[in-house]
Design a protein around this ligand. Sequence first.
Ligand SMILES: *[C@@H]1O[C@H](CO)[C@@H](O)[C@H](O)[C@H]1NC(C)=O
Ligand SMILES: *[C@@H]1O[C@H](CO)[C@@H](O)[C@H](O)[C@H]1NC(C)=O
Ligand SMILES: *[C@@H]1O[C@H](CO)[C@@H](O)[C@H](O)[C@H]1NC(C)=O
Ligand SMILES: *[C@@H]1O[C@H](CO)[C@@H](O)[C@H](O)[C@H]1NC(C)=O
Ligand SMILES: *[C@@H]1O[C@H](CO)[C@@H](O)[C@H](O)[C@H]1NC(C)=O
Ligand SMILES: *[C@@H]1O[C@H](CO)[C@@H](O)[C@H](O)[C@H]1NC(C)=O
Ligand SMILES: CC(=O)N[C@H]1CO[C@H](CO)[C@@H](O)[C@@H]1O
Length: 506
Amino acid sequence: MKFSALILALAAAVVQADFFRNDFLPVGHVRTDPIINPNSLSDHVHTFYGPPLLYPKVTFDDLRNSDPNLSSGNIMENQSLYWHPAVYHVAADGKKTLQESEMTTVYYNWIPGQTRAFPPGFRMITPGAEVFDEGITPGASEMEINISFQSCWDGIHLDSPDHMSHVDFPEGEGENAPCPPSHPVRIPRLDFFIRWFNTPTAKWRFSDGNQTMHADYISGWDEDFLQSLLDGGDGDVDSKVTFRSGILHQGSDSGLIQQMNANAVPKADTTCITTEIIDNVYDLPRGINNGTLISPYGICGAPVSAPVTSKPTASPTKSPTSSPTVGITSSPTKSPTSSPTVGITSSPTKSPTSSPTVGITSSPTKSPTSSPTVGITSSPTKSPTMAPTKAPSPNEDGVCRDSDTKFTLQSGAMKHCQWVSWDRDARCSKRTLDNKLIADVCPVTCPDPVTEEPVCTPVDNTASFLVNGTSRTCAWANHSNEDIKGDRCGNFVVLANCPVTCEEFI
Ligand SMILES: *[C@@H]1O[C@H](CO)[C@@H](O)[C@H](O)[C@H]1NC(C)=O
Ligand SMILES: *[C@@H]1O[C@H](CO)[C@@H](O)[C@H](O)[C@H]1NC(C)=O
Ligand SMILES: *[C@@H]1O[C@H](CO)[C@@H](O)[C@H](O)[C@H]1NC(C)=O
Ligand SMILES: *[C@@H]1O[C@H](CO)[C@@H](O)[C@H](O)[C@H]1NC(C)=O
Ligand SMILES: *[C@@H]1O[C@H](CO)[C@@H](O)[C@H](O)[C@H]1NC(C)=O
Ligand SMILES: *[C@@H]1O[C@H](CO)[C@@H](O)[C@H](O)[C@H]1NC(C)=O
Ligand SMILES: CC(=O)N[C@H]1CO[C@H](CO)[C@@H](O)[C@@H]1O
């Protein structure tokens, strides 16, 4: 009722779009893309915002069930996950240093009464447009990238094969530009504003080496709750949502940034996704088939019952009651009439109600006397880089110890020696994808099949190894409290490295 009444009213009047803002610091950086690559590492490193769930198989339910106190956004009801290619500063010698955005705002823009909330499982990618020019020199008091998502939906598909064709841009400019007939349902328009201050000079690049900025979105909203925000005016939003730790933009960007940093959530632990180094490197890791995904669920040492493998690969799994379906049908491709515009301007001003654009705004350095790199020292903390675990493998150098890394079965499933220990009889005789006998990969776990005696005498690793991203030793595992020791030895990396200390748990 309300819907059609407003449509009629629209014919006569120009409707003012409403908006609210959601402010973020990055929650982490890792080479995954849960929309495009649910089963592998992605082509390039991304910077994420929202809940600290950066693993390839993250789902709508995972987001909804996450602790809002751990999301890097300030609106607790919004458990959506957002990401874009990570941004690097490239030094003269080619060394690439991650540049964490210091303030990222996602504006939700909508026309009350006309706009439908994202249904459960909704996801999309915005194609973006070229924003970095060969010659661009940040060296500015502020650099800002803005990017707008599509705000028209086909009303049916939660996703599509290219993750874009189920959505589209409105036809023409302005808030009230109509949605194309192929994508008649208006959804909130998301505008990202990603900002850096006192940017160092010289080149900046995206992690994909491209000049193009794109961005990805998985909705984590309760549909009815978001709809209630969209049905009301933007004046009601503040009273309906809960601001984490009271973080709220009250007219001052610097005040907001201070508040966000004072209440920053821990960075996502990505060490059970991959341990590759993504900061201060000359060559960024690239390529879907390049590098090792430790776990698509980001879980190290998961028990056998955990969903470590064997899930279907088709991504979205939720079928909402309101009927949209996961789309693997071909939809019409996007009309070029509404493609985003591109530009570099020297104006730092922005309006959250402008039309879809992608751009970079780089304002000149205010004080020519101050060093352009000074501001970087006060930037938010970076995730530490860490070296991948490299424990001696028994069949490579004769050390009698289980492999402390996962291996791939011929079924494609990734497993570890602890998993083998849960059913030695069936598992020790299997082979890995590269045709190694599991008994050879896990010589401590797998006794000689004939004598049933251990094939060698295990020794603890005297070096340190990474557990949950922290460097540990077997002495750490050997806790005097048996329960704590059990917890530590229950981790497959600890178990493999410390077969003597953890003997009673093998
Ligand atoms: C989030 O933090 C607030 C304030 O510290 C607390 O009251 C609330 O219980 C927390 N919620 C969860 C889900 O932990
Ligand atoms: C750069 O991005 C464009 C648009 O997404 C894409 O078509 C092109 O393949 C990308 N180029 C590289 C080198 O990744
Ligand atoms: C694999 O990643 C390395 C950096 O870790 C990079 O130098 C190399 O070019 C990548 N190879 C491919 C095929 O992308
Ligand atoms: C986004 O950037 C483009 C290019 O710099 C600019 O034309 C546009 O006005 C910006 N949009 C907003 C909303 O600031
Ligand atoms: C690793 O982290 C998980 C989740 O935070 C925790 O449950 C587990 O006890 C940790 N493992 C060890 C060995 O510290
Ligand atoms: C573990 O610690 C105990 C003392 O708490 C010690 O007797 C034992 O030798 C240690 N085990 C290993 C394997 O170092
Ligand atoms: C209104 C709303 O959506 N609240 C939800 C915010 O997220 C937490 C955690 O997922 C839920 O428990 C709330 O119901």
